[in-house]
Ligand binder design. Sequence first.
Ligand SMILES: Cc1cc2nc3c(=O)[nH]c(=O)nc-3n(C[C@H](O)[C@H](O)[C@H](O)COP(=O)(O)O)c2cc1C
Length: 221
Amino acid sequence: MPIYNSTDMDKTALFQLTYGLYVVGTFDGGRPVGCIINTCFQVTSENPILAVSLNKNNFTLDAIRRCGKFSLSIIAEESDTSVIGSFGFRSSRDADKYADYGYDVMAGAPIVKGKFAGRLVLEALNFVDAETHVVVLGRLVDAEKGEGTPMTYDYYHRVVKGKAPKNAPTYRGEEEEKATSGKRKFRCDICGYEVESDGPLPADYVCPICKATVDHFVEVK
Ligand SMILES: Cc1cc2nc3c(=O)[nH]c(=O)nc-3n(C[C@H](O)[C@H](O)[C@H](O)COP(=O)(O)O)c2cc1C
């Protein structure tokens, strides 16, 4: 298969694509599991079909294959942002991501509790191979409007100042690094959240994304 990689291709153009942020939920047997995605779009309007892109290493993909149903909770600017750290930087292989939030069951799929812009449940129709990822096509089987303004991926980067881990299709690597104002910069070694400060972070500082304590913050030189 040809790989197009012309030297004058400016991949930062990809940063101009727009996305939202979602919690995907499904059942592994009776256990609720899930992860964060930004890659979701509506494919058809009548009897709607949606698509999500999941990394082959993500446990959530294996669980959706077995369960056949999955939910999407549409993250809002008003949502508790710790859900992004809890669901986006740990695997359900070794973590109970719902422990701090609780969940309801909607049309056979777990829905994490909290404030969200909307909730959707889909039945998996087709799994399309995309090299490192699988695009899951799902038929909408239930939907409920929530509250708040849907959070865009851009808002997450600009306002929440969050990062994407390597499993996200939109992982930006070092290109994501930005020059700063000369203040000291500290990065959470769990979720990658960065904060600027004139001096050391306060001892009781807690990561707003994943709730890690201050000893998880490493100064970025
Ligand atoms: C902002 C953000 C966006 C993400 N987008 C995706 C995505 O679109 N697809 C994906 O497979 N993983 C994405 N991830 C990564 C998964 O949420 C992450 O790898 C998670 O730990 C997988 O958990 P699991 O093994 O329990 O499925 C994203 C994470 C974050 C924080």
